[in-house]
Design a protein around this ligand. Structure first.
Ligand code: 2P0
Length: 321
């Protein structure tokens, strides 16, 4: 984009998202282009608020949850590196403030909503006024899953085929499901040792099982979209759960092995399966960490809450209000 005179201050919000058909593996590490398309649901009001303004300190300043970070910290370096893609020669120092309202207890990663909100704030601050699909492609360069956080609702991230990556962007699907619920089940704490970026690279390079993943993901995406259209929780849940566990199987088959699960994760998986065996339609999905996300419908919320009393009100998300 062409840089115009920046405004004085720009605010933006972007929701967090949970993939029902996962993104795992890059075909281009520089441009952050995925091997497979993915499909997610955004989390409404849960996400990141980002403010971009001129810095009055003569240097860039990065705040995370109201705490000033060292410019050498990994988060600040990623944020400033991303802004540099846009401001180029216009090296006017900026202040970036990001506040995540995702309950930290939920154990959700915030890079998706963070880079999406930052992309929107950059667009406003530098007055680029770009279309959302272009912003989605730019957010992708910060973090792949951020491409999906530009939109609410059910979102598909197309893998694209162009060499410049500009068609590898997300799109909101014209599908709603008012009764759809997500339960954010935190089972373990602690920083993960291997981030998604290096984890997926390791899988692509070392797991023989990975060769089956792109085709499975393509099939799952079609099945999930159809299940959403028909509001068929069993079909959606089964496909999403199998998709997540297949992704984890490729991680486990990597070398060195990549196992994000803790004993508490496995115990919680068994609890989900027992609840389902007792007749409650509830399914699970997991990302690059030890925590679970439960997929169910409003009609079954009481039974899910009874079985998982650790789920407080804030952990149950109604993406369509
Ligand atoms: C997803 N994950 O689809 C998958 C499932 C984690 C497991 O997208 O390297 O932080 O910045 O593009 O987006 C997390 O990966 O990775 C992710 P980069 P990102 O939600």
């Amino acid at each position: 984009p062409n840089t115009t005179e920046p405004g004085t201050k720009a605010d933006a919000f972007a929701p967090s998202n949970i993939a029902l058909c996962k993104y795992w593996g890059k075909r281009d590490v520089e441009l952050n282009l995925p091997i497979n398309a993915s499909l997610s649901i955004s989390l409404g009001e849960l996400g990141s608020h980002t403010t971009l303004s001129e810095s009055d300190r003569g240097q860039d300043q990065v705040y995370l949850n109201n705490e000033l970070l060292s410019l050498d910290s990994p988060f600040a370096r990623k944020v400033i590196g991303f802004i540099d893609l846009f401001r180029r020669d216009l090296k006017q120092p900026v202040q970036v403030r990001t506040v995540n309202n995702i309950p930290t207890a939920a154990g959700l990663a915030s890079s998706a909503s963070g880079f999406a909100a930052l992309t929107l704030a950059i667009d406003k601050f530098y007055r680029f006024d770009l279309a959302l699909d272009h912003l989605s492609a730019f957010a992708r360069m910060g973090s792949g899953s951020a491409s999906r956080s530009l939109y609410q609702g059910f979102v598909e991230w197309h893998k694209g085929s162009r060499e410049d990556g500009m068609d590898s962007c997300a799109e909101r699907l014209a599908l709603e499901w008012p009764g759809f619920r997500i339960g954010l089940l935190k089972v373990a704490t602690g920083e993960k040792k291997v981030d998604s970026r290096s984890g997926m690279q390791r899988t692509v390079e070392s797991a023989a099982l990975y060769s089956a993943w792109p085709q499975q993901a393509a099939n799952d995406l079609v099945a999930i979209k159809r299940a959403i259209q028909q509001q068929d929780l069993e079909c959606l849940g089964q496909t999403a759960e199998q998709n997540a566990l297949s992704m984890h199987a490729t991680m486990i088959a990597s070398w060195p092995p990549l196992l994000y699960w803790q004993p508490e994760s496995v115990a919680a998986m068994h609890r989900v399966w027992e609840l389902r065996a007792s007749g409650v339609p509830v399914y699970l999905t997991m990302d690059a960490g030890p925590n679970l996300k439960l997929l169910f419908q409003h009609a079954d919320e009481m039974q899910v809450r009874d079985a998982f009393p650790e789920l407080v009100d804030a952990d149950i998300v109604a993406p369509f209000g």
